[in-house]
Design a protein around this ligand. Sequence first.
Ligand SMILES: NC(=O)c1ccc[n+]([C@@H]2O[C@H](COP(=O)([O-])OP(=O)(O)OC[C@H]3O[C@@H](n4cnc5c(N)ncnc54)[C@H](OP(=O)(O)O)[C@@H]3O)[C@@H](O)[C@H]2O)c1
Length: 299
Amino acid sequence: MQPKDSILITGVNGFLGNYLTPVLLNAGYIVYGIGKGMRRLPIIDKKFQYYDIDLTDSYSLQQLFEIISPNIILHAAANSKPDDCELHQESAYTINVQSTKLLLDFAEKIKSRFVYISTDFVFDGEKGLYKETDEPNPINYYGKTKLLSEQLVTQYPFPNTIIRTVLVYGKPLAGRQNILSFVYAKLQNREPVQLVNDQYRTPTYIKDLVWGIKEIVEHEKTGIWHLSGDQPLMSPYEMGMQLADTFELDKSLLHPVNHTTFKEIALRPRTTGLHIQKAQTELNYRPTPFEKALKKIFT
Ligand SMILES: NC(=O)c1ccc[n+]([C@@H]2O[C@H](COP(=O)([O-])OP(=O)(O)OC[C@H]3O[C@@H](n4cnc5c(N)ncnc54)[C@H](OP(=O)(O)O)[C@@H]3O)[C@@H](O)[C@H]2O)c1
């Protein structure tokens, strides 16, 4: 296959980056990957080049853009830990907003397309099943930084895309756990787990998200796109119960808690979940049913 466009992906060491990078390489793109510190994804492909760069360091980015000129920039890196963002707002702003601004400035010089990965946490959680046209209103600092970045992206004078997703789950290839892999490990070790039962999401299987992103990139879609699992809305407790049921693990280890008893530093929106009809209609996006995805991941 002849290489097609070149694409710069930030956050390649992260959960999404680990899955997205090989898929875009297999689709024929030349991929430049930015990660912080040592490379943590096992890819050997002459179309892939890894760069250890802190995205808050404009000088390093400038040096990079002197040697590469990607057609597409896909910005997935972020501090995506809401409590950490709430506690360390200055650094969260630098990582989540300032780095987006820097990347957009470099992108503009070479007229790259810009794709930004965002979150359901831009919404306040009062309504649920948010459409692309719904008004954001973040209630924690992480959500605010992601919305500020979205606003910068929409002002970008060349083709730009915002992809929002929600509670992504799957087998971590490297790095930190996600909620379901964490609960699965706890249940297998016969350890108790507390899970919130009054917040609702449409959880997203990582491979579905990656498929949707690839389609959006390949078909040069612009504007806002919502990619998540389909309904019904589920609480983390319900997800845990279904996981335990599917693998005949001990459900009595799962303890429901609510937002008043389970205190977290950053406020969490009560009911998010994304309305995905636009992706279903225009991309033929067909997310894997929750139980089927669980079986694919953990068996
Ligand atoms: N996972 C979800 O449930 C979810 C839901 C909605 C939206 N999102 C969005 O999806 C995107 C990807 O999330 P993810 O789950 O893959 O998160 P992740 O695993 O935390 O990956 C983010 C990556 O960004 C890197 N990064 C952070 N600061 C950086 C910096 N200053 N310079 C260079 N790299 C930096 C991190 O590096 P280190 O590994 O070295 O820390 C990490 O590898 C994020 O934009 C997030 O907001 C995720």
